[in-house]
Design a protein around this ligand. Structure first.
Ligand SMILES: [Zn+2]
Length: 345
């Protein structure tokens, strides 16, 4: 590896003996981490980019901005200004794409017929270099976000997620409404004189920094050819030395506990969900203490919690385990499905 843009390269990546693919890890001089995967037999090539920033970093006055930005990146860049360019290129070459925004990550990915990886990557890479945030696209795309939210309103999991946010400490970023809708991204900001396009540009310029991005690419090409394809393109992404946000306060402090919420579901489901606040246990990932705890709580043998509840005819399944929060805090959950009798008990 001799490119001046590469800080470190790693070829000794541990893999399964059955795994015929070859791997290379790179760290670019701008801090971006890249995993290259060469598979001479693959029909499709693919790539994914994670930006370690998400909805918890939305400005308080613009709920859903990170998610809206995720949508807007698909709709034109300086190099490829046409709104459909990226999506059309992929669909014309047997591929497709998607993206999602979580509490602290925004992830973009695509696949494409293997011979079109370079063209797809070039269009994809521009998301992180020179998005346009075209005003007319913005006015239309806010409707897409709005209908996504409307669809979520009829979904029990999304409703429970929002209930959890709404019962958290309202000053904690965990409580933010992360999807956004037309009201939070257009009506309210325009009534307050807030320029959403400016906010999109600022969010991109503040947080879309190479040092908190990680890219994975798989293709038929050799590792050397894959490296040549990505290194120059992604070295151009600016490093703004963004510090990954950390939330040391838990969104469920003591006064937010001991809360019971009864929910009328949309679908005919009966569940009991218990959530306990935990600190961030990421540093113990090798020993996974919550895995032990989940194993004990979720055990199905005689004398276990599940066998007792089953014997009474109250539940059929029980699962216990860690639930990801964000950097700084996490949760432990116990979820059971209830029989009609279980519900009334
Ligand atoms: Zn979306």
């Amino acid at each position: 590896m001799s490119s001046p843009s590469i800080r470190t390269a790693q070829d000794d990546i541990i893999k399964s003996a059955e795994d015929k693919r070859s791997y290379r890890g790179l760290e670019l001089n701008n801090g971006m981490k890249i995993l290259l995967v060469s598979d001479p037999t693959t029909e499709k090539a693919a790539a994914a980019m994670d930006v370690h920033i998400g909805a918890m970093s939305d400005p308080w006055e613009l709920p859903g901005l990170a998610h809206f930005l995720e949508h807007m990146l698909f709709l034109g860049t300086e190099k490829y200004p046409s709104e459909n360019e990226y999506t059309q290129f992929l669909s014309q070459h047997g591929g497709g794409s998607n993206a999602f925004t979580s509490a602290e990550h925004t992830t973009f990915y695509f696949d494409v017929a293997h011979e079109h990886l370079e063209g797809a990557l070039d269009r994809f890479g521009q998301f992180f270099l020179c998005p346009l945030f075209n005003k007319s696209a913005q006015e239309r795309e806010v409707n897409a976000v709005d209908s996504e939210n409307k669809k979520n309103l009829n979904n029990d999991s999304w409703r429970l997620l929002q209930l959890e946010k709404s019962t958290a400490d309202p000053s904690h970023p965990f409580s933010k409404f992360s999807t956004g809708n037309k009201e939070t991204l257009e009506t309210i900001p325009s009534s307050k004189g807030l320029d959403v396009r400016e906010a999109l540009l600022k969010f991109h310029s503040d947080y879309y920094s190479s040092n908190i991005m990680a890219l994975a690419v798989v293709g038929r090409e050799s590792l050397k050819e894959l490296a040549d394809m990505v290194v120059d393109l992604f070295s151009a992404v600016k490093n703004k030395d963004v510090v990954i946000p950390e939330w040391l306060e838990h969104p469920f402090a003591k006064e937010k506990l001991m809360l019971r919420a009864d929910v009328v579901p949309v679908k005919n489901v009966r569940q009991l969900n218990l959530t306990f606040p935990l600190p961030d246990l990421q540093e113990y990932y090798r020993s996974e203490p919550t895995h032990y705890l989940g194993h004990l709580v979720g055990h199905e043998s005689e004398g276990s919690l599940l066998s007792e509840l089953k014997a009474k005819g109250w539940v059929n399944t029980l699962c216990g385990g860690a639930k990801l929060g964000a950097k700084g805090f996490s949760f432990f959950i116990i979820n059971v499905d209830l029989s009609e009798e279980g519900l009334s008990e």
